[in-house]
Design a binder for this molecule. Sequence first.
Ligand SMILES: CC(C)(COP(=O)(O)OP(=O)(O)OC[C@H]1O[C@@H](n2cnc3c(N)ncnc32)[C@H](O)[C@@H]1OP(=O)(O)O)[C@@H](O)C(=O)NCCC(=O)NCCS
Length: 207
Amino acid sequence: MIEESYTVRKAEERDEAEIAGLVVEGFLDKFRPIFGRGMDRSVWIMEKWVRLEHSIGGVRSLVVEVSATGELAASVGVRVGESDDNALSGGLWEALERSLGFLRASWAATLLSYPRYAASPREAYVERLVVSPGYRNLGMARTLLDASENLARETGKATVGLHVSGNNVPALRLYESYGYEEISEQRSRLTGYFLGIRSWLYLRKEL
Ligand SMILES: CC(C)(COP(=O)(O)OP(=O)(O)OC[C@H]1O[C@@H](n2cnc3c(N)ncnc32)[C@H](O)[C@@H]1OP(=O)(O)O)[C@@H](O)C(=O)NCCC(=O)NCCS
């Protein structure tokens, strides 16, 4: 359980850079092979991505703030609104190409396109749930999942969906203990070979 020294709140524009830092830190194993020698640009690219998601992607982020210091300990994105997917992928491509050059950007865009998801208006989609390593096992992920489900209900959604890589045991345990059920599996030799992720599971919970 989260103690009183932490606050769960909706993210604001000023949080975008810090959220990007948390995401890159939490998914280093995935981002290192994607960005390669451009790794020093990864937080900047992710910040652009989070900003685009907030402005045109229908995504709202929730964060856990440490009251004493104001730092963010955890965050999650929840897609509850309509998304302009062409503008979103165009914006991501621009940021990737500007930072990494055409060839590396093509490579990164291909790997980042997994897992594939077809949005549904009746579903809230949870993504990039991450807790900073120093704050794990304190119940923060549970608290953010609760807040995500509340946001889904407030916005009239009937289900919450998400993807998790088949080898992410901590996350799988978390979702299973929260009533999420496996709906489908995407297998990819490409992400299997380069990211060590052979399968992506799509999980769903009825609200
Ligand atoms: C997965 C992650 C979000 C869990 O965050 P957390 O705040 O430590 O999780 P919580 O403390 O809320 O734990 C909730 C439940 O998750 C499961 N869990 C969390 N960490 C675990 C671990 N290392 N091993 C096994 N199960 C674990 C347990 O079921 C736990 O319940 P319990 O405490 O009753 O056993 C965190 O490890 C993380 O940020 N990982 C990197 C990013 C990531 O993989 N995100 C998920 C993307 S789908």
